[in-house]
Design a protein around this ligand. Structure first.
Ligand code: FES
Length: 170
């Protein structure tokens, strides 16, 4: 039996029948791999550059409690749990927030999430400031950075009073 022989025109010069030579094929492959690596690194590194700028906007009101029961001038912390839904899934988000009022009328609410890398800050009444245990950042009572690596203040959350209850948007 006679063996069939295949030949591709230009194969000896590294060219296929479609005109894509070996060198061009390898160049395309290297560019594609480089682009994939670059996009991956940019995506990961970009998270540190833009921080939470592209995070979903807060959409849910959390009831912090009766306004009359919140002690004036004292920092209060509260935990919350909300369900978030995106295009694909529903997830439960738990968090901590701090509220205070110096006059019982105007309330300030701050997220406990450190703006450096996301650890929870703690209120230190003896120092009258917030401390982040992860990299020893200090924030003022109103959330401004006093020291440490964070570049941005604590996130201030919107508040409203509804039927005597203090509500915070998270
Ligand atoms: Fe708070 Fe780094 S995460 S200082």
């Amino acid at each position: 039996m006679k063996k069939k022989q295949f030949s591709i025109e230009g194969a000896s010069e590294g060219k296929s029948e479609h005109g894509l030579d070996r060198r061009r094929f390898l160049e395309t492959g290297v560019w594609a791999a480089g682009s994939a690596i670059g996009l991956t690194l940019f995506g990961t590194g970009g998270r540190f550059v833009v921080g939470d700028a592209y995070k979903d906007k807060p959409t849910q009101w959390v009831n912090v409690g009766e306004v009359a029961a919140l002690p004036v001038g004292k920092m209060q912390s509260t935990t919350y749990s909300v369900r978030r839904k995106d295009a694909w899934r529903t997830s439960e988000e738990k968090g901590i927030l701090y509220v205070y009022s110096d006059d019982g009328v105007i309330f300030t609410a701050l997220s406990a999430i450190c703006t450096h890398l996301g650890c929870n800050v703690h209120w230190m009444p003896e120092n009258n400031d917030f401390r982040c245990p992860c990299h020893d950042a200090h924030f003022s009572r109103s959330g401004e950075v006093l020291s440490g690596p964070p570049q941005r203040p604590l996130i201030q959350l919107e508040t409203k009073v509804e039927a005597g209850q203090l509500m915070v948007l998270v």
